[in-house]
Structure formats: structure tokens, C-alpha cells
Design a protein around this ligand. Structure first.
Ligand code: AMP
Length: 278
């Protein structure tokens, strides 16, 4: 697996594959890789002849008080894992390659970016939509794979690609979990041993919320119950626990449509997010 750092080199590889009419899949990541990321590579390989992974800790999606400086950077280990998983090419650009001096365009998906995560991280989805739009236009893949772990992000990216007529099939991949249910995340490294024992309660809580709603309880009344469970277990601030329409992420109005439970809460220094289908 070759690693390239410039858009020109990335396009050279894609051009060669295209000449032979071979399909291309893209797996964007910020590194600190785990089995969840590698499952995205498997999905890509099932849909396309060649898979490109990208490794870029995107500064525009971090607020000044967030963890950009300390975000796990483990490029050598990431390279090894991606190569073993059968990735064909790694695109690992520097910040100046993606955001050269004078860069001034931002992609904004209105509405969807302001709710849930967006309420607590106001510029986050605009940073994500901007970098993903750029990566899609740089590589022009047939498919791009994103995890349901970041369910709202997946919705934002699908909307962005559709609205901007980017000719790519966006594929959602199911969340990969530890044996005790905790969703794998690069940020789980921030948890102390004690916090790591408490962390699976987030998944347990939203799974129980989904069961309660399936039994007929009101979606709107679940937050209080879930927050009490999380607080009792040792979680800090609970940003949200919400049952929403799985497509619009708006309030559940029609019980016959698919719904999703989404949550974000602090555990020590880590802010954990997770979601499940109802
Ligand atoms: P990140 O490196 O955290 O920005 O994530 C890169 C991609 O991996 C995103 O599409 C995430 O949704 C996806 N991802 C992260 N964690 C998981 C997981 N536990 N299971 C499946 N996909 C994941």
C-alpha cells in the first residue's frame, strides 16, 4: 500500500484505475484506527475494485477548546492496519494541502447541522461537510463509506452529496462495538480504567430507550429516564438523549416510520456519542 500526500498523486492513481474501467471506494478517517475503521475498508472492498483510505485530522471541525492538538496521531500503526486490511492507497495530506493559504469556501448543510450534535458543536458539521466534499471531489470515487457510529454525520454527508450533485454512492456501515457494547472510537483512549468500566452504560441506556419506545412509551419522555441512569453510573454532563425520525432527525411524528435513539454524554475527559435503531 502506497502512501501519498498530494492531491496530484492521489488523482494520478485514480486516473490509472479509471483508464482500466476499475471502480474506486473511499474511506475517510482521522486515524487512531480500530476495528470500526477497518470494517469500512471491508465494505468498500465489497463495492469497489480499489479502496483508498484517507488520514487527515481535520482542523476545521474542531472548536478552539476541543482536542485537535491531542487527538491520537498514530500514522505508522494506521498504515500497517490499513495495508493488512487490503487497502490499495493511503492519502495522508498535510493541512496546507487541504487548506492552502486563502482557502475561504465552507460547505454548510442547513438545518441538519444545527440540531443534536450541532447544538453543542456549532461549527462541527460545516467542518466535516467541507472536508468530505473536498475529499470526494479530489478522489471522485464510485462509493464512499461512513460509519453509523456517527449517524448524524452520515445524514449530513448523504444530504451534502445529493445537494451538490457529487456522483458518489454514500454507504453507511454498522457500528462495531467492544464485547461489552461500547462503540469503538479513537477517543475511547481518553478513558481511565475506571471510566472504561462505566462507558458501556451509554449503549445499555439507549438500547433500553429503544425497547421502551418499541413497547409504546412516548419518545419525548425518554431523556429524563436515560439521563438519571447515566448520571447514577458516573457520567458527567449529558448533552442529549433523543429519539428522532431516522431520516430527518426531526421529532418522531409518525410511529410507522423508522426512528433512531441518539445520545452524547461526558465521561471524565471523553465525550462519548452513540446511537441505535428503534
Ligand atoms: P473518525 O476517524 O473517528 O473520524 O471516523 C472515520 C470513519 O469511521 C467515520 O465514518 C466513522 O463513522 C467511522 N467509525 C468510527 N467508529 C466506528 C465504529 N465503531 N464502527 C463503525 N464505523 C466507525
Amino acid at each position: 500500500m502506497e502512501t501519498v500526500r498530494t492531491i496530484a498523486e492521489l488523482r494520478q492513481h485514480v486516473r490509472a484505475w479509471r483508464k482500466n474501467d476499475e471502480s474506486v471506494g473511499l474511506v475517510p478517517t482521522m486515524g487512531g484506527l480500530h476495528a470500526g475503521h477497518l470494517s469500512l475498508v471491508s465494505h468498500s472492498k465489497a463495492h469497489a475494485k480499489h479502496t483508498i483510505a484517507t488520514l487527515f485530522v481535520n482542523p476545521s471541525q474542531f472548536a478552539p477548546h476541543e482536542d485537535f492538538a491531542t487527538y491520537p496521531r498514530t500514522e505508522e500503526a494506521d498504515q500497517r492496519m490499513l495495508a493488512e486490511a487490503g487497502t490499495d492507497l493511503l492519502f495522508a495530506p498535510n493541512v496546507s494541502e487541504i487548506y492552502p493559504d486563502g482557502h475561504s469556501t465552507r460547505v454548510n448543510v442547513q438545518g441538519l447541522s444545527q440540531i443534536l450534535e450541532g447544538e453543542f458543536r456549532p461549527d462541527f458539521f460545516s467542518g466535516v461537510a467541507t472536508v468530505v466534499a473536498k475529499l470526494l471531489l479530489q478522489a471522485l470515487p464510485d462509493v464512499a463509506v461512513f460509519g453509523e457510529k456517527d449517524y448524524q454525520q452520515l445524514c449530513v454527508i448523504k444530504t451534502m452529496a445529493r445537494d451538490l450533485d457529487i456522483p458518489v454512492n454514500i454507504i453507511g456501515a454498522e457500528t462495531i462495538r467492544e464485547d461489552d457494547g461500547l462503540a469503538m472510537s479513537s477517543r475511547n483512549q481518553y478513558l481511565t480504567a475506571e471510566e472504561r468500566k462505566i462507558a458501556p452504560v451509554l449503549y445499555a441506556a439507549i438500547t433500553q430507550v429503544a425497547a421502551r419506545v418499541r413497547k409504546g412509551e412516548s419518545p419525548a419522555s425518554q431523556r429524563t429516564w436515560a439521563e438519571a441512569k447515566l448520571t447514577k453510573a458516573g457520567f458527567g454532563a449529558v448533552d442529549y438523549v433523543a429519539v428522532r425520525d431516522a431520516q430527518t432527525l426531526g421529532p418522531v411524528r409518525d410511529a410507522s416510520r423508522p426512528a433512531r435513539v441518539l445520545a452524547a454524554a461526558y465521561l471524565g475527559r471523553a465525550r462519548l456519542i452513540d446511537n441505535v435503531a428503534v
